[in-house]
Design a protein around this ligand. Structure first.
Ligand SMILES: O=C[C@H](O)COP(=O)(O)O
Length: 383
């Protein structure tokens, strides 16, 4: 199979990839894993090409696979063999080991892409989303115990965590900033990255990298509801357009912020741009095209994380061309038309952020509760 990871033994893995662990749905350690596109086998003969190869080679966008799942049975086995320490400790031990193992799988990609791809992300506890100092401590701790070059510490872009991002970057730790829903917050995230690089005191910044995970489909889910409530033909006509428009404007912001004298001074020290990463790319409304949050967001040096649905659709009938800045004035028009209709982008950003943090916390708590219940029933682990 051309897709899949790890690469088969003997594969010459010239790959596009990276991966993340995060807390979502009901799956322990479910999150983003990487699309591994092997371009040639061990004998140098080519394997089947797909749109993903074109995406990477022609347009410079890295497709990352967004669907990692560890069977619950593995966790239970761990508990059963886990001695007497608390469930949350066992959980983190498991996460750290998984992250280390996964990062080894992708080290080759990391090396081949000079630190551009091949990352694994591990997220600080979602319970720390409103705790600046706690997030800094947790990020430093995870960075230390995982101790791998190709690992991102994932930190949410909540207001309290913006200073944490700066501080963690300043310590030379690479960060995946997650849960970004608005342009204003995205700009704060970029500033935190730049501030952190400047404050680091490092003479070589080339190994401190970051991705900014900008969520897409959820924006339409919320704004579509608001438009349906407004109910005018103009409002209804804007359904399914807000998320891509905002993402296109995010890319404009990215280009603006990563240019000019301030950025050039950092480039002289080897700094790399914080890549824009499209998250939440699966289509939630079945009435929309199934590549809606992939095809219009193609641009150089970006990342598109795709769960199975988006990935298979894009491989099957996706078109590869640079779309992210092909219709900027249209995106601006949609953004301001929505404002004129009374859509408050600040409200949308904060509402989605609250929901995102809440859902991460819920998954995390429910996972630990389930493990604790199992542990109690086995009477092997003390509270
Ligand atoms: O973990 C981030 C995912 O990309 C979120 O995707 P979702 O909005 O489909 O849950």
């Amino acid at each position: 199979m051309f897709l899949g990871f790890p690469a088969k033994p003997g594969f010459n893995s010239k790959l596009v990839s990276s991966s993340c662990f995060s807390f979502k749905n009901d799956h322990p350690s479910k999150g983003s894993f990487v699309v591994v596109c092997s371009l040639a086998d061990g004998n140098g003969s080519s394997v089947k090409r797909t749109t993903l190869h074109d995406l990477y080679e022609k347009e410079g966008q890295s497709p990352w696979y967004d669907n990692l799942c560890r069977p619950v049975t593995d966790l239970l086995l761990l508990i059963e063999n886990g001695g007497t320490c608390a469930v949350w400790k066992r959980y983190w031990e498991l996460v750290v080991k998984d992250i280390q193992d996964a990062s080894k799988l992708f080290e080759l990609i990391y090396d081949q892409t000079d630190g551009g791809d091949g990352y694994v992300s591990v997220e600080v506890s979602p319970r720390l989303a409103d705790d600046t100092e706690g997030t800094i401590v947790a990020a430093k701790y995870l960075h230390k115990v995982v101790d791998r070059p190709n690992v991102y510490i994932k930190i949410p872009a909540t207001a309290p965590c913006i200073p944490s991002i700066k501080e963690v970057i300043a310590k030379g730790i690479s960060v995946n900033v997650t849960l970004i829903f608005s342009l204003a917050r995205y700009e704060a995230v970029i500033d935190a990255y730049l501030d952190g690089l400047e404050a680091s005191g490092l003479t070589d910044l080339s190994r401190v990298t970051s991705v900014a995970s900008f969520f897409v489909s959820r924006v339409d889910t919320l704004i579509d509801k608001m438009l349906e409530k407004i109910g005018t033909p103009e409002a209804l006509d804007l359904r399914g357009k807000a998320a891509v428009a905002q993402a296109a404007l995010a890319y404009q912001l990215y280009q603006k912020k990563f240019s000019g004298p301030r950025w050039e001074a950092l480039v002289k020290k080897g700094a790399k741009k914080q890549r824009l990463l499209w998250a939440s790319t699966s289509v939630k409304n079945p009435a929309y095209p199934d590549t809606l949050y992939v095809a219009p967001l193609i641009g150089p040096n970006t990342v598109s994380t795709m769960p199975d649905q988006a990935l298979l659709a894009f491989i099957d009938h996706g078109t590869v061309s640079r779309t992210i800045d092909a219709n900027v004035s249209e995106a601006e028009g949609i953004y301001s038309a929505l404002e004129k209709l009374g859509i408050d982008w600040a409200y949308v950003g904060s509402q989605l952020e609250d929901e995102g943090v809440e859902s991460f916390k819920k998954s995390f708590d429910s996972l630990l509760d389930t493990l604790q219940e199992k542990a109690n029933s086995l009477k092997l682990i003390s509270m």
